[in-house]
Design a protein around this ligand. Structure first.
Ligand code: ADP
Length: 477
C-alpha cells in the first residue's frame, strides 16, 4: 500500500471549473478502492460546498503567515481532505482563479505559493498530522512549485506531476519571484526561470520524478512546438519519464439509467426511452418538438481551445441544415455575445444558455442525438465520454484524448460494430462542415445509427483501469 498526498486546486463536488475537478474527485476514490492510502489537499476557498463541517487540525507558520489546516472527507467516501485555510487569501467569493467579476486574482501567485508551501510541510511530516506520504502527486501549474520546493528538502517523498492542460502555465514577472520569497537557487534556466519569467508549470515539469498527462496522444503532442508552448524541448528531454494515462469518468454521476436530472432514464436495452429526454429538451429550450430532426448538443467553456470559433465560422451553414442546436457554456464574453445574437436570429433552430448549469448539462447529454466537440486541442476531454455513455454520438476533431477515445465511423468500423463517433482532422470550417454532413447521412440510416449508439454505450470509461496505471507508476517510484 502506498501513501499518496494528492494536491489539486479544484475537486468535484467541492469546487469545479473544469475537468481537473472531475479527475481530483474520482481518481483518489478509485485509488482508495484498490487499497491505497490517499489524502487530498486543497485551499479552503469560500465557495467550497457540499462538505461536512471541517475539523480544525493545527496551525502552521510559513512565510510569516499563520495557516490553519482543517480536515474533512470527500463526500460519499472515507478519503480525507485537508483544507489549507488562510482567510486573507481564500475567504472571498469567486472561483480558484478569478473573482466574481471574472478578473484573475491579483495575488494568484502568492495564493498558490502559500498553498504549495503548506503541501511541502505536510509532505515532510511537519504538520502535526502524524502521516508522511511516499508520493506527492501534484496537478497543473498551481501545484508546480511542489516538486521544486521538495527538491530542496532532505530525503523528500517521490513526486509525480500531471498536466491537465499545457495552455495554462502560471507565468509571472521576475519581480513576482522576488516578492514570493522563493529560494534564490531555483531561479535559473534549469529551474523556474522561463525566458526571464517565473513559470510554475516549468517547476512541476523540471523537478518531478515522473510526469503524466491525461491521454497518450496528448503526451506525444506536447513534445511538439504546436502544443508545447515553448516547453516541448524540456518535455522531449524528459520523455522517458513522461506518459499519458486516459482519465476515466464518474460512472455513478453520469449514468443514463440512474440520473435524477433526466425525465426518463434509459440504458442500452431501453434506448427508445432516450426520446422522452429529447422531447423534454426541445420543450425546455423553446425549440419546436420534432422527433425526426437531429438535436446537436454542445457544452463547453467558451474559449479558443474548444474550437468555438469554428462553430461560429460556419454557424449560418449549420443552421441551414435540417437540425437543431442546443448550446450551454460560459467564458469569453465576445463569444457569448455572438452566440446569443445568432440565437435571436434563429429561434427555431438554436438555443443558447450562457452560464454553468450541471442539471442542464445532463439533460443536453441525454436529450441530444449528436454532440459537438471541435476542439483545437484537448488533453483528454470528458464530455465526449459522457456523450458515448448517453448514446449521443460525438463529432470531434482528431486530437489529444478525443483521438484516443473515439473510433471514427467508417464503413469498416461500422460493419465491425466498433464505430462510436465522427472524427475530422483539420481545424477548418470546411472540415468541420464535412463531418456534420457525414453525420447527418449516418443519422438517416437508423440501423447504422443504432449500431454506433450501442458500440458507444458499451465502451468502458471507468476509472479502475486508469487507477491501476497510476498505481503502477507509484510502485515504480
Ligand atoms: P475542460 O476541463 O477543458 O473544461 P472537459 O471536457 O475535460 O473540459 O471537462 C469539462 C467539464 O465541465 C465537464 O464535466 C462538462 O460537463 C463541464 N462543463 C463545462 N461547461 C459547463 C457548463 N457551462 N455547465 C455545466 N457543466 C459544464
Amino acid at each position: 500500500m502506498k501513501k499518496i498526498l494528492f494536491a489539486s486546486s479544484e475537486i468535484h463536488p467541492l469546487i469545479k471549473t473544469g475537468g481537473l475537478a472531475d479527475v481530483a474527485g474520482s481518481l483518489p476514490k478509485a485509488l482508495a478502492d484498490i487499497g491505497q492510502d490517499i489524502r487530498l489537499i486543497i485551499p479552503n476557498y469560500q465557495s467550497i460546498k457540499d462538505i461536512d463541517q471541517p475539523r480544525y487540525v493545527c496551525t502552521l507558520r510559513v512565510d510569516n503567515r499563520d495557516v490553519n489546516i482543517l480536515e474533512t472527507r470527500l463526500p460519499g467516501t472515507e478519503v480525507i481532505i485537508w483544507l489549507v485555510d488562510y482567510r486573507p487569501f481564500f475567504d472571498f467569493p469567486g472561483n480558484p482563479y478569478v473573482d466574481e467579476q471574472g478578473n484573475p486574482w491579483f495575488n494568484i501567485a502568492e495564493r498558490f505559493t502559500l498553498y504549495c508551501r503548506i503541501v511541502i510541510e505536510v509532505a515532510m511530516n511537519r504538520a502535526y498530522l502524524d502521516w508522511q506520504p511516499d508520493i506527492v502527486h501534484g496537478n497543473d501549474w498551481q501545484c508546480g512549485l511542489i516538486p521544486a520546493l521538495l527538491s530542496l528538502e532532505t530525503a523528500p517523498p517521490a513526486s509525480i506531476f500531471t498536466i491537465h492542460n499545457m495552455a495554462y502555465q502560471g507565468t509571472f514577472p521576475h519581480s513576482t519571484f522576488v516578492q514570493l520569497n522563493l529560494p534564490g537557487q531555483l531561479w535559473n534556466p534549469e529551474g523556474l526561470e522561463f525566458h526571464n519569467m517565473l513559470s510554475f508549470l516549468k517547476g512541476g515539469l523540471t523537478f518531478s520524478d515522473r510526469i503524466t498527462t491525461v491521454s497518450p496522444t496528448y503526451a506525444q503532442e506536447i513534445q511538439t512546438p504546436e502544443f508545447g508552448y515553448g516547453l516541448e524541448g524540456l518535455l522531449s528531454y524528459k520523455s522517458d519519464v513522461l506518459s499519458g494515462i486516459l482519465n476515466g469518468m464518474d460512472l455513478q454521476q453520469w449514468n443514463p439509467n440512474d440520473d435524477d436530472h433526466l425525465v426518463q432514464n434509459y440504458s442500452i436495452s431501453t434506448l427508445k426511452n432516450k426520446l422522452a429526454n429529447k422531447t423534454a429538451l426541445q420543450e425546455a429550450m423553446g425549440l419546436p418538438v420534432n422527433e425526426s430532426l437531429p438535436v446537436f448538443g454542445l457544452i463547453s467553456r467558451l474559449v479558443d481551445q474548444k474550437g468555438i470559433d469554428l462553430v461560429l465560422a460556419c454557424l449560418p451553414q449549420i443552421l441551414d441544415m435540417p437540425l437543431q442546436l442546443v448550446l450551454l457554456g460560459s467564458g469569453d464574453k465576445g463569444i457569448e455575445q455572438k452566440l446569443q445574437n445568432f440565437a435571436l436570429h434563429y429561434p427555431e433552430k438554436l438555443a443558447v444558455t450562457i452560464g454553468y448549469n450541471e442539471a442542464l448539462a445532463h439533460q443536453i447529454e441525454a436529450g441530444s442525438d449528436i454532440f459537438l466537440m471541435p476542439s483545437r486541442f484537448e488533453p483528454c476531454g470528458l464530455n465526449q465520454m459522457y456523450s458515448q455513455r448517453y448514446g449521443t454520438i460525438p463529432i470531434v476533431r482528431k486530437t489529444g484524448g478525443l483521438a484516443d477515445t473515439i473510433e471514427d465511423a467508417l464503413p469498416h468500423t461500422i460493419a465491425e460494430g466498433i464505430a462510436t463517433g465522427i472524427c475530422f482532422d483539420e481545424a477548418t470550417p470546411s472540415a468541420f462542415l464535412e463531418a456534420i454532413k457525414r453525420t447527418l447521412v449516418l443519422f438517416e440510416s437508423k440501423t447504422h445509427w443504432r449500431k454506433i449508439q450501442q458500440a458507444a454505450m458499451k465502451k468502458d470509461f471507468s476509472w479502475e483501469n486508469s487507477a491501476h496505471q497510476y498505481l503502477a507508476i507509484y510502485n515504480a517510484l
